[in-house]
Design a protein around this ligand. Structure first.
Ligand code: 5GP
Length: 115
């Protein structure tokens, strides 16, 4: 089933798209947690990391290349940034169309708080 991200990729609903090619689309998060918060999303609708298959390997590697390009364009390549992918309920995944968060533009602090 198409999620909100599928509709953004198809340009059926608006988003601030910063990069798009035949494999992935990158756009600004609607509710950013840092000065730079971009979502890098496969054009193919894959719900979660649990659903990736060997044929997706090239596209998944391409997501990292696009992350590097977008981080550079956003001016945070040298200061640093974080890439993260939530999978499923415990990780707090909200949109079930696989995506990588690119977050930066400030000191991000520890990745996880200890319980
Ligand atoms: P998740 O928790 O699934 O890893 O992250 C989903 C992200 O999508 C959240 O950071 C949320 O702010 C963002 N998001 C949800 N709906 C929209 C939308 O309609 N447009 C955009 N640009 N981002 C969205």
């Amino acid at each position: 089933m198409t999620t909100i991200f599928g509709k953004i990729i198809a340009k059926e609903i608006p988003a601030d798209i910063v990069y798009q090619d035949d494999l992935v689309t990158a756009f600004k998060d609607i509710s950013p947690i840092a000065p730079v918060h971009i979502l890098i999303v496969p054009n193919k609708e894959i719900p979660t990391v649990n659903d990736v298959v060997p044929d997706d390997e090239h596209m998944l590697g391409h997501m990292f290349l696009v992350a590097k390009i977008v981080a550079d364009e956003q001016g945070i390549a040298r200061s640093g940034y974080r890439l993260l992918v939530n999978c499923g309920d415990d990780a707090g995944q909200e949109v079930y169309h696989l995506h990588m968060h690119l977050v930066g533009g400030r000191k991000l602090g520890p990745m996880l708080r200890r319980e």
